[in-house]
Design a protein around this ligand. Structure first.
Ligand code: ADP
Ligand code: ADP
Length: 228
């Protein structure tokens, strides 16, 4: 689905955040990305939906070199949903409901499907009860769930979440993790960064370990952890 070929990325201040990262993401996987703060996880994620463009190397999308032209970017972003670590960066509408409707409204779907997808995403993340509130009135955990709902509603093929449970209380952390387990089905790949190694071990079928901008290991959970 998406392939990175020897991607390096340098921020404008000269920080070398990725170094020759090569990676193939296929359908139907649950991938946990581990690595210390600053290892390059977020920078990698920003490349997956075209928000950052490699300084060197290449992104392949459905087998072809990605060109970063408007149409291709639209197509990439409808297939790759990115949930940021800080929910404030993706909630901008007057109400939660409008934020959740925004994504699907831009896909050429029937009105009924749009409403249905939004409602389902809000149910799954537990935000229905405050759907009419302005996002800035919400707690950090509620915002996080609203941000996840707004991306889930687009039913992406690749769902990428940057530390989805950071800032959540244990009840909602567990709820989100259950959701990510249930929601997952054959055609969808979920990729998330986490510091919770136990969760990664239980949940993921592939583990990607990043260190100082490079891939230290990438493989099946059974192989990475010697899981019996
Ligand atoms: P992680 O998500 O694993 O914590 P990041 O991708 O956020 O790692 O960061 C990788 C490296 O890039 C770090 O050294 C970080 O300080 C740096 N970095 C991240 N964002 C920026 C930015 N906007 N400008 C300059 N350096 C950045
Ligand atoms: P946060 O998502 O930031 O942790 P709160 O803890 O205030 O926010 O909870 C947000 C909403 O979720 C509240 O309306 C609260 O009633 C509900 N809630 C919190 N914990 C539980 C729980 N254990 N069971 C059911 N509902 C809960």
């Amino acid at each position: 689905m998406i392939e990175l070929k020897e991607v390096s990325y340098h921020y404008t201040d000269g920080t070398k955040a990725l170094h020759e990262v090569s990676l193939t993401i296929t359908a139907g996987r649950k991938i946990a990305v581990l690595g210390n703060n600053g290892a390059g996880k977020s920078t990698l994620f920003l490349h997956l939906n075209g928000l950052l463009r490699p300084t060197e190397g290449q992104l392949l999308f459905n087998g072809s070199p990605f060109t970063y032209k408007r149409k291709q970017l639209q197509e990439l972003r409808r297939q790759v949903g990115l949930v940021f670590q800080n929910p404030d960066t993706q909630l901008f509408s007057p109400t939660v409901r409008e934020d959740v409707l925004y994504g699907p409204s831009n896909l050429e779907w029937e009105q009924e499907r749009i409403e249905q997808a939004a409602k389902q995403a809000m149910e799954q993340t537990g935000v229905l009860e405050f759907q009419h509130k302005p996002p800035h009135f919400l707690s950090i955990g509620q915002k996080k769930r609203a941000a996840i709902a707004s991306v889930l509603a687009m039913q992406p093929k690749l769902l990428v979440l940057d530390e989805p449970t950071a800032g959540l209380d244990p009840y909602y952390a567990r709820k989100i993790l259950h959701l990510l387990t249930d929601w997952h089905h054959e055609e969808t790949t979920i990729m998330l960064s986490t510091h919770d190694v136990d969760f990664a071990y239980e949940w993921a079928d592939e583990i990607l370990v990043m260190k100082q901008g490079s891939i230290q290991a990438f493989g099946r959970t059974v192989d990475i952890f010697n899981k019996p």
